[in-house]
Ligand binder design. Structure first.
Ligand SMILES: [Zn+2]
Length: 207
């Protein structure tokens, strides 16, 4: 099976440097979207968010920002936050700390953000140490698994709603692969959360 929650050792790292869930008691939820911006998914997400009056955080791949600067500008113009997701969506377990650091900094040349989400949720202790002074790592409290071939749109929605709690950080993907499931689950999840009394806020490095 698959894991919708991060491994325990990530949650054991200092929240000063790495966040899985925001420590709040209020009914506040944090929507995040990884891997964009792409024309096939990101504008549709922005429309859903705007229709519901909701703000979110987009962990963008630097190369996609370079290719689709116009869409990236729409994200920030709508009042959403942007975070670094490396320049080429690197798997941290497959590259050296130096190559990883350089790739994250190359993404930073595209846009400024102090938030970093490691692609695939994978990084080594050495990569964590070289980046943690420049960035707040943001993992998640719940993955919707919208990218997973074996997860249905309904299961994706169920993953999101079952993870709804104060300070939850929920991962969707504005990618071609996840598009269909994400576009099914996202509006339904937002409506469910609002019915339950939640509001949505953007992430920042001080939380
Ligand atoms: Zn990713």
């Amino acid at each position: 099976m698959y894991a919708v929650h991060p491994p325990w050792f990530y949650r054991a790292l200092s929240p000063k440097y790495l966040l899985c869930r925001v420590p709040v008691q209020d009914k506040v939820a944090y929507l995040t979207f990884d891997d964009g911006p792409v024309p096939e998914a990101t504008p549709a997400v922005l429309k859903i968010l705007k229709d519901h009056g909701v703000k979110a955080t987009f962990f963008c791949v630097g190369e996609n920002v370079h290719k689709h600067r116009d869409i990236f500008d729409l994200i920030t113009a709508d009042g959403h936050a942007a975070g670094n997701h490396s320049y080429n969506h690197l798997n941290g377990w497959k590259v050296s700390p130096g190559a990883y650091y350089n790739n994250v900094m190359k993404c930073r040349e595209q846009f400024e953000s102090r938030l970093f989400r490691p692609p695939h949720g994978r990084f080594s202790p050495a990569q964590y140490i070289v980046l943690r002074n420049d960035f707040r790592f943001v993992l998640w409290s719940v993955l919707t698994m919208d990218y997973h071939h074996a997860v249905s749109p309904g299961q994706c929605l169920q993953n999101a709603t079952s993870g709804l709690e104060p300070g939850c950080v929920i991962v969707f993907h504005d990618s071609i692969k996840a598009r269909e499931k994400m576009l099914f689950a996202l509006p339904r999840f937002i409506e469910y959360a609002i019915e339950q009394g939640y509001r949505f806020e953007v992430l920042n490095e001080k939380l």
